[in-house]
Design a protein around this ligand. Structure first.
Ligand SMILES: *Cc1c(COP(=O)(O)O)cnc(C)c1O
Length: 362
């Protein structure tokens, strides 16, 4: 059996094991000093804003919406071309996700499409920095200002991405990062909510911990969405490696850009002023360019020992959980054509060559 190059691979080493061991030996496993330190350290990649650690990116999106007072009767504009959690969080607070189409270059929320679905009930816009490429925040923030809407960034795939030098996480009223194992850095499971309004920060902390600031003095009805010190200890080690990994992802992407010219795929362009962190390196495979279409192309790669992934084959609005009849042509086309190639920092130079040759059909 030939070794297959995986589409994603978390990197966990001796430092992560030592960090977990340090917490185990301390005997204090729940949210404590490691979480506090992790929140402080994570602020460095979001322009110094306040960070509230939670137990997943999904919890983070859920609490961010609640902390901003979004609920029943409100509409939140989201892309349908994302992971289901983006829209689920909106539905979970009793608000209505309103799906808008994406722009075809970077697969992110199209500001014009978002503008077209604003109504008097629209409370917020939730752009997703999909695949690690920042959404069009200048236009989306302008739209939000024009209509008095809040912006919540779903930055779950975009740790350390930036636009015109401003890091993602520093654009919206709140922003949320995921620390799931396949993301650019992990804590096992976890999420980071970023905010700068002290009232929102306080509400996030209350909601995370049973509505308590002072023990047994529960002010509001809250959740247990705390991160453990075990997870935070892993996350702190990974945060220290993020810059190196990101540079590696970018170098790998540059290699693929240079070596896939002329192949049957459309390589991912980067917007002017954008720093893409390549959570995924996602190409388009059109029916015209490759007879078997995207799925046939993925099979050809698999035969050559190259893993790939489709994120996401079914737009959220068509999932059984939502099942809406909407006309989102760029979303539908992306769902048919996208294929993510290995770009993660564990790839060797030989792996990269194998990926490029497999894509070229060699
Ligand atoms: C991973 C992800 C989430 C959810 O994060 P979890 O930590 O898995 O709950 C939300 N939105 C997007 C775009 C994601 O990629």
């Amino acid at each position: 059996m030939v070794r297959s190059i995986p589409a994603a691979a978390p990197s966990l080493g001796a430092e992560e094991r030592d960090a977990v061991d340090r917490v185990l030996r301390s005997g204090m496993l729940a949210q404590g000093p490691e979480v506090a330190a992790f929140e402080q350290e994570f602020a460095a990649i979001v322009g110094g804003r306040t960070v509230v650690a939670v137990n997943s990116g999904t919890s983070g999106l859920h609490l961010a919406l609640l902390a901003m007072g979004i609920g029943p009767g409100d509409e939140v504009i989201v892309p349908s071309f994302s992971f289901a959690a983006t829209a689920n969080a909106v539905a979970l607070v009793g608000a209505t996700p309103v799906f808008a189409d994406i722009e075809p270059e970077h697969f992110c929320l199209d500001p014009a499409a978002a503008a077209a679905v604003v109504t008097p009930r629209t409370a917020a816009i939730m752009p997703v920095h999909l695949y690690g490429h920042p959404a069009a925040m200048d236009e989306l923030n302008a739209l939000a200002t024009r209509h008095g809407l809040a912006v919540i960034e779903d930055a779950c795939q975009a740790h350390a991405a930036a636009l015109h030098g401003t890091p993602v996480g520093a654009f919206g009223k709140t922003a949320v990062f995921s620390l799931y194992p396949t993301k650019n850095m992990t804590s096992g499971e976890g999420g980071m909510v970023v905010a700068d309004d002290p009232a929102v920060v306080r509400k996030l902390r209350l909601l995370r911990n049973q509505g308590m600031e002072k023990r047994y003095d529960n002010e509001i009805v809250g959740f247990n969405n705390r991160m453990t010190d075990l997870h935070a200890a892993i996350g702190r080690v990974q945060l220290g490696k993020l810059a190196g990994w990101t540079a590696r992802r970018q170098a790998n992407a540059a290699f693929l850009d240079a070596n896939l010219a002329g192949a049957d795929v459309v390589t991912p362009p980067v917007a002017a002023g954008a720093t893409h962190v390549y959570h995924q390196y996602t190409v388009r495979v059109t029916e015209d360019a490759f007879a078997g279409g995207r799925d046939g192309f993925a099979e050809r790669l698999a035969e050559r020992g190259v893993g790939s992934g489709v994120y996401y084959p079914v737009p959220i609005h068509r999932l059984p959980s939502f099942r809406l009849d909407l006309d989102l042509p760029e979303t539908e086309r992306a769902a048919r054509e996208v294929l993510s190639l290995p770009v993660h920092p564990q790839l060797s130079d030989a792996d990269l060559k194998t990926v490029a040759e497999a894509v070229a059909g060699k």
